[in-house]
Design a protein around this ligand. Structure first.
Ligand SMILES: Nc1ncnc2c1ncn2[C@@H]1O[C@H](COP(=O)(O)OP(=O)(O)OP(=O)(O)O)[C@@H](O)[C@H]1O
Ligand SMILES: [Mg+2]
Length: 247
């Protein structure tokens, strides 16, 4: 490459350096809620699962408005509860606080009478299973996405959770191997049928049907729908568990 043409890349190199600098600034930050950090007297195991919010004050760091102002709630152990409220009232925020994604500004959250700060963050998160409102999938194999929840799970465990989510038969009838590239057309065809079945069973899905199908061209969208669809069944399974919290 001539010196002249090499020089034409200098602006791009500078831009890349600046962008990388910003990324490193973020990745170098140390979280005050570090999952890897352990302390001497921390609690690892949630024994009963009684949850209390006592006079909790909370606002998201990027916001000025408080989401919770002296919020109180108690969920006895082994109770299955549903939180109902208008969009934006703070239902998902309760889960975010239980998973310790944020610090509260006042009050206390207690699990079995112990302040949540006394629990090891990593162990706490391992003991809470939750199906997200908006599923996030990485553009990798289905197996990799499942493994994200438990990195050391073996194939048998991956299959087991896919089965629990009612996704295994669907995955296996379309994909020869969980690790292999997907056969998109077959998935799309089957997905359409599956969505029809879901709509019949859960009429409230009908309003999303067109939206789901129109977005089904990309692999990631398809996978998202598989998981979204599975949520309905998973909800059925999990709601039988008296310890589940449905938001
Ligand atoms: N990460 C965030 N950063 C800043 N504000 C947020 C964040 N997440 C949620 N909020 C805001 O906090 C408020 C409560 O949101 P939350 O998601 O808990 O509501 P929700 O009751 O779960 O609503 P929905 O029924 O729509 O799921 C909303 O005003 C929302 O815009
Ligand atoms: Mg929500």
């Amino acid at each position: 490459m001539g010196c002249g043409s090499a020089m034409s890349n200098v602006p791009s190199v500078n831009k890349a350096k600046q962008s990388a600098g910003k990324i490193f600034e973020i990745t170098d930050q140390r979280s005050t809620l570090d999952v890897r950090r352990t302390t001497a007297n921390e609690i690892k195991e949630v024994k009963e699962g009684r949850i209390e919010f006592k006079d909790v004050d909370f606002k998201y760091p990027s916001r000025t408005t408080k989401i919770f102002n002296q919020f109180n709630m108690e969920i006895p152990a082994n109770y299955k509860i549903a939180l109902v409220g208008h969009s934006g009232c703070g239902k998902s925020t309760i889960t975010n606080l239980l998973l310790r994604f944020y610090h509260t500004q006042g009050g206390q959250i207690l699990i079995d009478g112990e302040p949540i700060e006394n629990y090891n963050v990593g162990s706490l998160r391992e003991q809470i299973g939750f199906v997200q409102q908006e599923p996030i999938l990485f553009n990798r194999s289905i197996k990799d996405n499942v493994l994200y929840g438990k990195l050391d799970a073996d194939n048998a465990k991956v299959r087991k959770v896919c089965e629990m989510a009612n996704a295994l038969t669907f995955i296996e009838s379309n994909i020869e191997d969980l690790d292999k590239e997907k056969r998109i057309h077959k998935i799309k065809e089957d997905l359409t049928n599956e969505i029809d079945v879901i709509c019949k069973k859960y009429p409230s899905f009908i309003q999303f049907k067109e939206k789901l199908l129109s977005k089904s061209n990309e692999v990631l969208d398809l996978l998202l729908q598989v998981f979204t669809k599975s949520d309905a069944k998973a909800m059925e399974i999990f709601s039988k568990d008296p310890r589940s919290l449905v938001l």
